[in-house]
Design a protein around this ligand. Structure first.
Ligand SMILES: CC(C)(COP(=O)(O)OP(=O)(O)OC[C@H]1O[C@@H](n2cnc3c(N)ncnc32)[C@H](O)[C@@H]1OP(=O)(O)O)[C@@H](O)C(=O)NCCC(=O)NCCS
Length: 161
């Protein structure tokens, strides 16, 4: 199965927004991925296509305020395409882009209820940063995002990657 990785861009926005809630299992996610990611972060954001159809995407950026750090905001794979290594491919494309821009670590934040995302990040070499609570053996930062927005704060070194 061949995927083509390219930069994410503004014309991808309507499609991604139309599928994102379904791809996240019915969670309301569209408002959390504003159009600006498709306009201002294209050098470090990627789309994956198979047969000309968007099968996955990643929106990430280089930190403006923390030299050497990169951040993955959102990544999603069409449910029909999961388990084929596409999430890994998108993350590896981001790791390369971040390394090429002098980064030595990547951060990503996910919700502890998103068990698939937690497991995926662990398989991708991320470690949870210490928080103030624990969910299923994973350290969680309570109230990290708004009221009740508990989050797992993942970090991964790019050194030797
Ligand atoms: C998380 C997500 C991006 C993974 O995409 P994917 O293409 O299925 O992932 P891959 O096939 O590349 O898997 C990479 C590794 O993670 C593991 N993995 C992926 N999803 C997993 C899951 N739900 N449970 C356990 N392990 C998982 C795979 O087994 C694989 O391990 P390996 O390479 O060591 O064999 C996809 O499930 C998704 O879009 N989920 C909904 C959106 C979401 O939660 N995004 C998370 C970040 S914002």
């Amino acid at each position: 199965m061949t995927f083509q990785i390219r930069q994410l861009s503004t014309p991808d926005y309507p499609f991604v927004i139309s599928v994102i809630d379904r791809w996240w299992g019915g969670r309301q996610m569209a408002d959390k991925l504003p159009r600006l990611f498709f306009e201002h972060f294209t050098g470090t954001s990627f789309a994956a296509e198979r047969d000309g159809r968007l099968a996955g995407f990643l929106a990430g950026f280089i930190s403006q305020s923390r030299p050497g750090e990169a951040y993955i905001h959102f990544a999603g794979v069409d449910p029909a395409e999961r388990g084929n290594g596409l999430g890994r491919l998108l993350y590896e494309a981001f790791f390369q882009a971040a390394q090429a821009r002098g980064c030595i670590l990547v951060r990503a934040v996910t919700s502890p209820v998103n068990r698939g995302s937690v497991a995926f990040h662990q398989r991708m070499g991320f470690q949870p940063e210490p928080g103030d609570a624990e969910v299923d053996g994973i350290s969680v930062s309570s109230g990290y995002d708004r009221h009740g927005g508990d989050r797992v704060r993942f970090i991964r070194s790019l050194l030797g990657a």
